[in-house]
Ligand binder design. Structure first.
Ligand SMILES: [Fe+2]
Length: 156
């Protein structure tokens, strides 16, 4: 049975918000990862990668807000502390000292990780009949898989 935000049980709301906060954390860490690479990338593909990394962090910056505000629409607490995000995120920070190839592969793997977290979130939302969160998570997962392809296409 489908459930709106107001109809979810407290335990369903808690499970969905926990999954969404994981998505927020990984999207936020990946935002900084991508901006870090945008600044520090070098080599013959500088222009293309500098621009692509910017597209990614701009997308992620909007997405983290959409995901966190879905938590609020569900009545939960949006976790907005960087230390907590880094602690729970399966996407790690990077020092920014790497070849363009390593940056592309690192960021592509981050996209895979976030897509998997979002797919898991969609499944949890579906389990509880929360189609509107499910739709958001699916849409975001598709964006991350597209970015993974756009990145890996540079590796030949
Ligand atoms: Fe810039």
């Amino acid at each position: 049975m489908t459930q709106t935000a107001q109809q979810l049980t407290p335990s369903a709301q808690e499970a969905i918000c926990e999954a969404l906060n994981q998505c927020v954390a990984e999207t936020t860490v990946s935002t900084m990862l991508s901006q870090n690479f945008h600044w520090n990338v070098t080599g013959m593909s500088f222009g293309a990668l500098h621009d692509l990394f910017q597209k990614i962090y701009e997308d992620h910056f909007v997405a983290q807000d959409d995901l966190a505000e879905r938590v609020k629409a569900l009545g939960g607490h949006a976790e907005g502390q960087l230390a907590l995000m880094l602690k729970r995120s399966k996407v790690a920070e990077h020092d920014g000292n790497a070849s363009a190839e390593v940056m592309v592969e690192t960021l592509a793997k981050a996209q895979d990780t976030i897509a998997a977290t979002l797919a898991g979130t969609a499944a949890i939302a579906e389990e509880h009949g929360d189609l509107l969160t499910q739709d958001l998570a699916i849409a975001r997962g598709q964006v991350h898989e597209k970015f993974a392809w756009l990145l890996r296409a540079h590796l030949g």
